[in-house]
Design a protein around this ligand. Structure first.
Ligand code: SAM
Ligand code: SF4
Length: 333
């Protein structure tokens, strides 16, 4: 197996594998899931831990250097600590992969130290508001206190840096850009604002309602002097240092300033489908290969073939753009 399999037609080298551990979630964020009637993945279609670790092992041997666990809510997977432990022990040309997690934090008080012991190095937590009434409106659950406790537990367990993700929404939480950032400045976390993408289960995304990265920056600049960093690499976030603090703030302007040209990410869904892009309309059925008794070489070839299908960009601005059938919760954000 060679690294060549992780290079796509446009020369992008893929180093980051995002694995969705489940499509289930303990919240129902409006930009991600409908209130109810979610078409859950069938249990028997979900990859077993042996199956997902095998895909990850082959991908790491091909050159994947970072594995991010996501979902749905990845901490709802009963054996998540074991998953982290097994993934952290994989070995590739660059050594062991770095294991990180994107979570709503609700189970971090119980799990943070076990996850660190198992090999988790970094965590991103979703927190869209600091106001309880808004949290309830946004996530359809009354869990702000528990989310904040989860973030504190991640810090106490030694996870660093802690990144806080917020999707900015017009008339919902866009007046909290400064407050959320100040919360991160005060606690030593890194704030990341994300432009809302057309990936909600309810298909209600409206470009004109979307708060743009420029608007987020304008709100931040009204409060702080920002200096743009020039070490972005393949990261989705453009980051600014905040003058007078040790903190930085990032903006992920996926829609208005796409970073597809440097994308190094590929995604494995909880039901074993490989997707080279959040917005891909083609998936490769690795579950079928695994359950058909394929060799590692066949798996590696399927991963390489999937990357060859990757488009140069997501084409959200194209009049013919079609939202993927799966919502974010079933792709893995
Ligand atoms: N449940 C975990 C969480 O919320 O962090 C992990 C999964 S969630 C799908 C991963 C990330 O996707 C979160 O930061 C969430 O804010 C983001 N996300 C979900 N739907 C989105 C959308 N329509 N546009 C932009 N970001 C979205
Ligand atoms: Fe759940 Fe995360 Fe989606 Fe919110 S963004 S509904 S926490 S998967």
């Amino acid at each position: 197996m060679t690294h060549a399999g992780l290079i796509d037609r446009f020369g992008r080298v893929h180093r980051d594998l995002r694995i969705s551990l489940t499509d289930r979630c303990s919240l129902r964020c409006t930009y991600c899931m409908p209130a109810d009637g979610v078409p859950w993945l069938q249990r028997d279609t979900m990859l077993s831990t042996d199956e997902l670790v095998r895909v990850a092992r082959v991908a790491v041997e091909m050159g994947i250097e970072e594995i991010r666990l996501t979902g749905g809510e990845p901490l709802l997977r009963a054996d998540v600590v074991d998953v982290v432990d097994r993934l952290a022990h994989l070995d590739g040309p660059a050594g062991h992969p770095e294991i990180s997690l994107t979570t709503n934090a609700l189970r971090l008080p119980q799990l943070a130290s076990q996850l660190v012991d198992a090999g988790l190095t970094r965590v991103n937590v979703s927190l869209d508001t600091l106001r309880r009434d808004r949290f309830i409106e946004l996530t359809r659950r009354d869990k702000l206190v528990e989310t904040l406790a989860g973030i504190a537990a991640a810090e106490a367990a030694g996870l660093a840096p802690i990144k806080i993700n917020a999707v900015a929404m017009r008339g919902v939480n866009d007046d909290e850009v400064v407050d959320l950032t100040q919360f991160c400045v005060d606690h030593g976390y890194q704030m990341r604002f994300i432009e809302q993408m057309p990936l909600d289960g309810g298909h209600t995304w409206d470009r004109h309602q979307m708060v743009t990265g420029e608007e987020i920056l304008a709100a931040l600049r009204a409060r702080w002097t920002l200096t743009e960093r020039d070490d972005r690499g393949a990261a989705p976030a453009q980051v600014w240092d905040i003058a007078g603090t040790d903190a930085s703030v990032g903006v992920i302007a996926s829609v208005t300033a796409p970073f597809c040209g440097t994308c190094d990410r590929v995604r494995l869904t909880a039901d074993g489908q490989l997707r080279a892009c959040l917005f891909a309309r083609e998936e490769s059925d690795l579950r079928g290969l695994l359950r058909g008794g394929c060799t590692d070489e066949v798996l590696a070839d399927a991963i390489a073939a999937n990357l060859r299908l990757k488009k140069p960009g997501h084409d959200i601005d194209d009049p013919g753009f079609l939202q993927p059938d799966r919502p974010m919760s079933a792709i893995g954000g």
